[in-house]
Every structure is written in structure tokens, then in C-alpha cells.
Design a protein around this ligand. Sequence first.
Ligand SMILES: [Zn+2]
Length: 208
Amino acid sequence: MIPRDLLQEFQRVGALLSQYGLVRGSGGNLSVRIDANRIVITRHGSCLESLQEADLIIVSIDEKPPAEASMDTIIHQEIYRQTNAHAIVHAHPPHVVALSLFLEDIEPLDTEGSLIFGSVKVVEAPPGSAELAKLVANTLHNHKIVVVRAHGTYTATPTLLEGYHLTRALDYSCQVCLLAYTLFQVSKVRRILRRLISNKTGRYDWVV
Ligand SMILES: [Zn+2]
């Protein structure tokens, strides 16, 4: 039996992640530590947008997870073994995923993001592997959030709600980075085009 207030926390955070496009369909997963050896985690295939009690399962931190638990359970277990996290949010924020394709570390350009995150590590290993679990957990030793390239984020925080706020804040910062990079590229293209036309006609011309 899952305590009512804990179920409500899962439902609230699952709904917020969906509402702001940080997960879609059955993507993403959530867990909370309930004592020294056990966690509550979302089931494989559950939809974070509309979680019910039947979508949650209690598993041991040290034992092989049951098949019905989230496929990411070994990553959650490793994080709980290696850090003092009480809650983990795994999401697929689109702007973070896009930037992760090109960067080793994500460094927000906006003032707030820069203050909150400084630099966020991007890691890479086969999905669902023990290697990925160790990489993610090792990084969360010293950080509250880590990015898995082309996939998504994992947070290690005292509550699910804090994990959601961090995930959303990082996605906002990555959106700003993408906009800034795009505008920078546009201004570069404009300069090149103006130079080309100026060379051809002997006059400076605004064409784009
Ligand atoms: Zn995922």
C-alpha cells in the first residue's frame, strides 16, 4: 500500500512534467526512497501524466528489480546506493536532449541558469546498461542533475518536486541557448550574404 500523500506527490509531479512537455506518453520515470533499503518507483509502461496507485511498485535497492518495474530501475538503485538522494526524476526535456547531441557539458547562457547549474555534465553509455547506471550515479555524487546524451535527464534531490523544478529550469536554459545559437548563425549568414552581394555589385545591399 502506497501512502496517500506519496501517491499525490507522484501524481502532481507526473502531471507537471507532462503539462510542460518534459515527458511524453510512457516516457520518463519517478522514484522516492521510503526507507534505508526500499524505494517506490513507477512501473514499466506507466504514463506519468495520469499515475494511479497501481502504476507504482515497491522494490529493494539491492535486489534484482522485478520485470514490471521501470526499465530504468537499475539506474535508480545505483543512484540511491551512491548518493543521499531521496527522490529521482527521469525526464526527456526536448531542448536539453537537442543540445546534448553536440556538447560534452551544458553551460547555460542565461543569468539564472548559470547561477543554478554552472555546468551540467553530458554522459553516454548503452541504454539500460550497468555502465550507464554507474556513470549517472557517479556524476550525481557532486551534481543534482545529469544529462544522458540523446535521451534525457536524471535528478537526485530531497523531493520529486525539486527534481521537477530543476528539470524544467534546465530545459528553459537550453531553450535560451538554442535560440541564441540560432540567432548567432542567422547573423553570420547575413554578414556573408551582404559581403557576397557587395563584391558582385560594388555596393552594400540589405537583402536578407
Ligand atoms: Zn528515458
